[in-house]
Design a protein around this ligand. Structure first.
Ligand code: NAD
Length: 279
């Protein structure tokens, strides 16, 4: 039976560390989350981020804009936040309404305040092996591996999924950590064979139960980033947990694995951004 990697506990430890470090600062790190429109899921994420930031002692603020907000109006809000010396982190909650060009908005955020790590300058830094502000979920995966005592160095790591939010940055982080990295995706031939080669297998696809126990090398580490709603309403990952746990060496549950790490890393990124800006 695989050992469980307890993301909830590891995230709680990271949040407590962030709170302790923030308490020693002469200023309160400032985080502003911008929400455009009233998407129900986005509203919940934004509220959770705000609460978590307040709980660690940050000066946290949410700017809620109407769904009809124009792109120039949103750009003006971002410019104001870029120039506000009390603001260390800016996060624009995605997805944006279709009339707004997401790329233009991300480019407008000061890279030094880009706590989501999506600005092209931060993406380039990661691609060049010199990570600065890194996307929260991939960073959370790396911290989970570290906390579980799993060293990627020299290991065969396979990432399922190539999104800009999870798969690609995660592959870059694993490479920077000296893993031998394979990226598999929707066009990969024989996904099961790719998975079986992995010492560390990370699923970030969005298909419930895609990865079967029979796809897993005995003793492998399985990190399940997927969050999917099952027909009965429960949350499930991309990995068939019941069969995988009998083969793997270590595995993250869903919920309670990668999920809690994302917000904890957002807080840590905000602290890093504040320290880099304010010295
Ligand atoms: P996405 O839809 O942007 O990307 C999915 C990727 O999976 C694509 O690159 C695609 O090529 C690949 N893919 C699709 N079908 C495939 C198949 N059959 N076999 C192999 N690869 C396939 O999704 P995303 O934003 O990267 O999110 C992936 C999953 O992770 C989702 O379930 C999402 O909810 C979850 N997620 C979780 C967190 C977290 O905090 N834990 C954060 C972000 C995303």
């Amino acid at each position: 039976m695989a050992r469980l990697i307890d993301g909830k506990a590891i995230a709680a430890t990271l949040r407590a560390e962030v709170a302790a470090r923030a308490a020693h600062l002469s200023y309160r790190p400032g985080l502003v989350v911008v929400l455009v429109g009233e998407d129900a899921a986005s509203s919940v994420y934004v509220r959770n981020k705000d609460r978590a930031a307040t709980a660690v002692g940050f000066d946290s603020r949410t700017i809620k804009l109407a769904a009809a907000t124009s792109e120039p109006e949103l750009l003006a809000v971002i410019e104001g936040l870029n120039n506000d010396q009390e603001v260390d982190g800016i996060l624009v909650q995605l997805p944006l309404p279709p009339h707004i060009a997401t790329e233009a908005i991300i480019r407008a955020i000061d890279p030094a305040k880009d706590v989501d790590g999506f600005h092209p300058e931060n993406v380039a830094a990661l691609a060049l092996g010199k990570p600065r502000l890194v996307p929260c979920t991939p960073r959370g995966v790396m911290l989970l591996l570290g906390a579980a005592g799993i060293d990627p160095r020299g290991a065969r790591a396979t990432v399922l999924g190539r999104s800009n939010i999870v798969g690609r940055p995660l592959a870059a982080l694993l490479l920077a950590a000296d893993a031998t990295v394979t990226i598999a995706h929707s066009r990969t031939r024989d996904l099961a064979a790719e998975c079986r080669r992995a010492d560390i297998l990370i699923a970030a696809v969005g298909r419930p139960g895609l990865v079967q126990g029979s796809w897993i090398a005995p003793g492998a580490t399985i990190i399940d980033v997927g969050i999917n709603r099952a027909p009965d309403g429960t949350l499930v990952g991309d990995v068939d947990f019941a069969s995988a746990i009998t083969v793997a060496g270590a595995i993250t549950p869903v919920p309670g694995g990668v999920g809690p790490m994302t917000i904890a890393c957002l807080l840590d990124n905000t602290l890093l951004a504040a320290a880099a800006r304010r010295g």
